[in-house]
Write a new protein. Structure first.
Lengths: 270, 267
């Protein structure tokens, strides 16, 4: 038998592609190497392992007395407050998002710069740090969960309106034309074709944003805007590791439950 | 055509009344009232004090350009943190995703337990992770890098293992048929199909990390957020405005580059 049969033909070489790939790889490695320079890795506390162990231990030996004691400062009421902040914040942002979404959707305008400016404005809102926004609202309405609600409500617009505008762009033109063909006015088009077709996407996106808002709401407490973040940072500062453990456990359970519920509703919608 | 027929044509058909929709609306409205009550939200108070809000905003709109110089080192540190966090997190995610993909590891008990761990890790928000790591390793960028690494891990694992599970099983079968071991199957059958997805997910995680890293410093986890906290504490809003402007420019720029390269990658 001819042993040459077993040999595979050589791989075809695309020189241009290969140079491009190597170039990108070198740039990436150079970037990673650059990030390692000037980083102070020596600053780790000697007690790091001990504290990590204590927190981990705290998760398995939580401070059960903290769960509910009726004072309003306990875990359950703080978590409930967090959920309420996220709920109201998402609701406010959903309302504000609608006009923004129509502004940024490029199918609604003939002129390209209108939707482009809308998209840029949304990108800027998205990039504005949530925590700074919360601090600005604290100046206006005082510390507490109201500031958190408003901060969430305004910050979420950036992402929610972007999702909404994508939903509007994906809308089918057919129903609109049908309504126009039977003599419907602009309001009729919105009422009978645009909104009913848009509704499932709007609700689904809002629910998704609610999932994200729950996580954000648990952070806002770090700056005094209400919710579970505040007791967590206090417990971390006073080194009450058992309490840190139970709060973490509470947050994890809350997020998982909310994710599960909203996932179920979204599945039903689609 | 009789008159009633004409009338029937003129009016719209009656919508079917859905009982569940009513329940949802009631639950929703009740939720609104309850949450307004719990959070003590009062829009009146906002409008009464709105001048204070706009006042801060106006001060921020006049950024202190001289402050650009001093914040540059920390801005670079922020980007470095985001890069390192992404790299560490995605390396971990790469290995972990292979372990929880059901078409590679056949043992359902192993994948099940590992998936529960992944889902738990995914729930903790980035800033809380930052706060915890500051307590563990002390103030500094290392805490931020660790927090970002865990966030990246959560994002990339979830997306990447789903990509692995949807690959074409043909090449795996072919390699199994010629007697390849697990490692060879992964290298020659799985990776060629999913590696572009992996890079794309890492870039996506990098975008999120850049955003997150800009505020991590606020709680002492390194990066430009430190100046954010310092200037806000002394009410120096002109300087805060400069920082926010720089953050927005960097975030939008990196978002743009990264999303364009993701598009090119997926072509």
């Amino acid at each position: 038998m001819d042993t040459n049969m077993k040999k595979l033909p050589p791989r075809p070489v695309d020189m241009q592609k290969r140079i491009l790939h190597w170039g990108l790889a070198i740039i990436t490695i150079a970037l990673i190497a650059w990030s390692c320079t000037g980083m102070d890795f020596g600053g780790i506390k000697a007690t790091a392992g001990q504290i990590a162990g204590a927190i981990f231990n705290g998760i398995f030996h939580p401070d059960w007395s903290y769960i509910y004691n009726g004072s309003g400062e306990d875990l359950v009421s703080q978590l409930w407050q967090t959920v309420c902040i996220a709920f109201l914040g998402t609701f406010i942002s959903a309302i504000i998002s609608l006009p923004f979404a129509f502004w940024a959707a490029h199918t609604k305008h003939k002129k390209w710069y209108v939707s482009r400016t809308g998209k840029i404005v949304l990108a800027i809102i998205r990039s504005f740090p949530e925590i700074v926004l919360a601090l600005m609202f604290i100046k206006a309405v005082g510390p507490g969960s109201a500031a958190g609600v408003l901060a969430l409500g305004f910050h979420s617009v950036g992402m929610l309106a972007k999702l909404f505008s994508e939903a509007i762009e994906n809308l089918d033109d057919g129903p609109n034309e049908a309504v126009t063909a039977v003599g419907g006015s602009k309001t009729n088009i919105t009422m009978f074709s645009t909104l009913p077709n848009l509704m499932p996407a709007l609700i689904s996106n809002t629910l998704y944003r609610f999932d994200v808002s729950i996580r954000s709401a648990s952070i806002l407490g770090l700056v005094g805007a209400g919710g579970i973040g505040y007791p967590l940072i206090i417990a971390l500062q006073y080194r009450q590791w058992n309490r840190v453990g139970i709060i973490l456990l509470g947050i994890i359970i809350m997020v998982i439950v909310i994710d599960w519920i909203s996932g179920m509703i979204r599945k039903k919608l689609v | 055509m009789s008159n009633t027929d004409k009338e029937a044509l003129m009016t719209l058909p009656k919508k079917k009344f859905k009982f569940w929709n009513l329940i949802w609306v009631i639950v929703f409205i009740a939720g609104l009232f309850i949450s307004t009550d719990v959070t003590h939200t009062d829009l009146g108070a906002l409008f009464a004090n709105f001048s204070q809000f706009t006042d801060i905003f106006l001060q921020m709109l006049h950024p202190d350009w001289a402050y650009l110089g001093p914040i540059m080192p920390l801005l670079l540190e922020t980007i470095k943190m985001a890069i390192l966090g992404t790299v560490i997190g995605s390396i971990l995610a790469f290995i972990y995703s292979l372990l929880i993909a059901r078409n590679i590891v056949k043992n359902k008990a192993v994948t099940g337990i590992l998936r529960v761990i992944m889902n738990v890790v995914r729930t903790v928000p980035d800033l809380l992770l930052g706060a915890i790591f500051v307590a563990i390793v002390g103030i500094g960028p290392v805490a931020g890098i660790l927090a970002l690494a865990i966030c990246t891990f959560g994002i990339v694992v979830k997306l990447f293992y789903e990509a692995i599970e949807t690959i074409d099983p043909g090449p795996i079968e072919a390699l199994t048929a010629v007697g390849a071991n697990k490692l060879q199957i992964i290298v020659f059958a799985v990776l060629p199909q999913v590696i572009t997805y992996f890079i794309s997910y890492c870039l996506y995680a990098f975008e999120i990390n850049v955003r997150a890293s800009t505020v991590l410093g606020y709680i002492g986890a390194g990066g430009i957020g430190l100046y954010l906290q310092q200037t806000l504490q002394v009410f120096d809003y002109a300087k805060t405005g400069t920082i926010i402007l720089v953050i927005i420019v960097v975030v939008v720029l990196i978002d743009y580059v990264s999303s364009k390269s993701r598009e090119a990658l997926m072509k």
